[in-house]
Design a protein around this ligand. Structure first.
Ligand SMILES: [Zn+2]
Length: 159
């Protein structure tokens, strides 16, 4: 994975590129700020209202952030699909937004643009607040330096 290669060349010089190691470190960082990270199929009841109809028809989401109890759900299927880091990075953006909003998701105010391929993922949110929140998550998730970026954002806003 590109992110782990970049990371190994900058921070973890002595360590071979390892997506699992990146995942564990980000998970630990989240836990150190009081977020609970569950590796389990996300429960239906925690889905935002506008997504319920959609989700029932398709599949369980890869990840979920619940601001009520500061918990993140990572669907175990992402480890098979090879997108576990991208999923955790996405949910970490929501955790950062939680810190920015002091308990309510609020946009961080990033000055980076989403890649065109990310547009359909957040444009489907009808509510403009949800769209802005998801836009940041998908924008960070698809940056070449997404892993380092999200770790620094989390550290900056949640400490
Ligand atoms: Zn999201």
């Amino acid at each position: 994975m590109l992110t782990s290669l970049l990371l190994s060349s900058t921070i973890l010089v002595s360590q071979a590129p390892n997506a699992d190691s990146d995942f564990r470190q980000l998970k630990s960082q989240l836990e150190s700020y009081g977020f609970q990270v569950n590796i389990a199929i996300p429960p239906d009841s925690n889905l935002p209202n506008q997504q319920i109809g959609l989700r029932r028809r398709v599949r369980k989401p890869y990840g979920l952030f619940n601001s009520q109890n500061k918990s993140i759900w990572i669907n175990p299927i992402v480890f098979e699909l090879g997108n576990s880091n991208a999923t955790l990075i996405h949910e970490t953006v929501h955790a950062t937004q939680y810190c920015v909003g002091n308990g309510n998701l609020k946009t961080i105010g990033l000055d980076i643009e989403p890649i065109p391929q990310a547009l359909p993922f957040f444009k489907r949110y009808v509510d403009t607040h949800s769209q802005a929140i998801e836009q940041e998550a998908y924008t960070v998730q698809t940056q070449p330096n997404s892993y380092e970026l999200v770790r620094s954002l989390l550290e900056k806003h949640c400490q």
